[in-house]
Design a protein around this ligand. Structure first.
Ligand code: ADP
Ligand code: MG
Length: 272
């Protein structure tokens, strides 16, 4: 008998384009994430990182191109797509406070995957285990809107973990977290990847996750402009109070040898 085919990559993105209201946002993005690989997705505000992440998790189907999860085309029959193997943590602003749900409910919602509408048995137990992993077991009954920004981020991470995925897609997971939460999250992701899990993480700069990264993919104006070594850590950017809205092109980040992933966008009319 022939050798079995190698396991397909957890994630393959092939020439994905996304237009919104006729405006091209992603202009042909391709990338592959291999098993256990830890890939940062970087680039300036508005470069298309969150749009790519939404396309990858099936929330925003591409206008053209293919996304494959463990070899299964997301646009194909839904029952063939292994949604349970994917955990998604959206950017916090898109899951803002004000939802009158408890922490446990928000986390349990992450277990309702794909074509199966009925919750699996034991969902509450799994949700409690996931809350425990992010250190918030004692907040299970609290409404999420009373929690701090960093705690809400950890709730969203627990929601991404509740299915016990082997691919985590995280959109700016450390934003709004204090140093202790950032450290706990970094440790958790290190443990996750040590167990063979792959991670795609949107970041402004490597920060505390830098040592974990295998690769960085940098977007600009909806295109990949770099796919390779992650950037060196930038001095002064690890502090949780550091603001990310300034024009990095005017700072040390632009010095040679360091990827310039934060330059300001030109006038949006020139982007589209
Ligand atoms: P990033 O995450 O890199 O900051 P986004 O993917 O959020 O970038 O946005 C990329 C571009 O697409 C921006 O110009 C943004 O205004 C636009 N965009 C994203 N989502 C929408 C939407 N739902 N409607 C209109 N424009 C959008
Ligand atoms: Mg974004």
């Amino acid at each position: 008998m022939a050798d079995p085919a190698p396991a397909p990559s957890p994630l393959e993105v092939d020439d994905v384009r996304v237009s919104i209201d006729g405006q091209p946002i992603l202009r042909g993005v391709s990338l592959t994430v291999r098993p256990g690989e830890r890939v940062a997705l970087m680039g300036p505000n508005g470069s298309g990182k969150s749009t790519l992440v939404r396309a990858v998790v099936g929330v925003r189907p591409p206008t053209s191109g293919i996304v494959r999860l463990h070899g299964a085309d997301l646009a194909g029959p839904r029952r063939l797509v292994p949604w349970r193997r994917l955990g998604y943590m959206p950017q916090r602003s898109s899951a803002a406070a004000g939802v009158p749900a408890t922490a446990l409910e928000v986390v349990a919602a992450g277990d309702l995957a794909g074509w199966r509408w009925r919750p699996r048995r034991g969902v509450a137990d799994r949700a409690r285990t996931a809350l425990d992993r992010v250190g918030l077991a004692d907040r299970a009954a609290d409404p999420v809107h009373i929690l701090s920004g960093g705690q809400q981020q950890r709730i969203l991470l627990a929601r991404a973990l509740v299915r016990d995925p082997d691919l985590l897609v995280l959109d700016e997971p450390l934003s709004a977290m204090d140093t202790a939460s950032q450290r706990a999250t970094t440790d958790l992701l290190a443990e996750f990847t040590a167990g063979g899990g792959a991670v795609v993480v949107v970041l402004h700069e490597p920060g505390p996750l830098g040592p974990l990264l295998d690769r960085a993919v940098v977007l600009r104006h909806g295109r990949v402009v770099h796919d390779g070594a992650p950037p060196a850590p930038a001095a002064g950017h690890d502090h949780p109070d550091h603001h990310h809205d300034h024009a990095h092109g005017d700072t040390d980040d632009a010095r040679p040898g360091v990827l310039d992933v934060g330059a300001p966008l030109p006038d949006p009319s020139g982007v589209r």
